[in-house]
Design a protein around this ligand. Sequence first.
Ligand SMILES: Cc1cc2nc3c(=O)[nH]c(=O)nc-3n(C[C@H](O)[C@H](O)[C@H](O)COP(=O)(O)OP(=O)(O)OC[C@H]3O[C@@H](n4cnc5c(N)ncnc54)[C@H](O)[C@@H]3O)c2cc1C
Length: 258
Amino acid sequence: MGSVIVVGGGPIGLASAMLLAREGHDVTVLEKDPQGPPATALEAWRDWQRTGVAQFRQAHAMHARFRHLLDAEFPDIRDDIVASGGRRVSIMTGFLNQLEDRSPRPGDEKFETITARRPVVESAFARAAENTPGVKVIRGVSVAGPIAGKEIAAGIPHVVGVRTKDGRDYAGDLVVDALGRKSEFDDWAVGLGGGHRSRRNQTSVSRTTRVITNAVTVSSPSCGARPSRSKPRSKRSACLPTTKRGSSRSSACPATNR
Ligand SMILES: Cc1cc2nc3c(=O)[nH]c(=O)nc-3n(C[C@H](O)[C@H](O)[C@H](O)COP(=O)(O)OP(=O)(O)OC[C@H]3O[C@@H](n4cnc5c(N)ncnc54)[C@H](O)[C@@H]3O)c2cc1C
């Protein structure tokens, strides 16, 4: 079996690492942000510094397919999310409310998902990864780019590992790009003489999330929402279940219209 370097320790990097380790590979996850997952859902929301993920404290809702994958591959993570206050919800509930005949039909259960705040979901993945034999998560390591080895196929760079910004090398038979939407891997591949640069477009949309708990109002540190506002910023806002103690409200509006 091989050695794998996963670059990026968000949910996708951690899930990839666990699945690859189950296949018998020796997996190292390199994550830029130094802090590991806090013990509780509240601490994960309030204290977890994740500057590598701009949307970390924006409201997230997970699709039903996410729950299907948890059931099949990560029931322990599913149970951890629920134990941390995640909710089971179904988009069918909203649809059925608009109909006279609301009787359930076979297959409705397919639309049920499990959702929680992003820090809660990610901390469940991070805890599971830490307890997975064959997975080593190294935090506080910023990758500067891939290392090219001897060419195997003409015109296709052969990546044999990565170099960190402080000059350390990590060798791997396989390098997985899990750097999320701001990944520089396509630029790095072009730098090595292969691949294509991806096109990025500005959407000119800005998002804010506001979290309301039973006892106090907590503003998202990353979006600057003010605790004193009693109404959401936009009519296009959505109320999403988060923990047993609160809910979050998210809105998106053109950046020029804030
Ligand atoms: C405003 C907003 C709202 C969203 N809402 C939803 C939603 O409701 N539901 C949903 O399913 N999805 C939602 N998404 C998408 C979701 O957030 C992403 O799909 C998810 O974050 C992807 O996870 P990932 O692990 O691939 O990447 P990320 O979560 O971006 O993780 C990438 C990791 O790489 C690390 N990293 C970065 N550079 C380096 C480096 N040089 N070296 C080492 N590590 C590095 C970062 O610190 C980070 O931990 C939303 C996205 C945005 C922007």
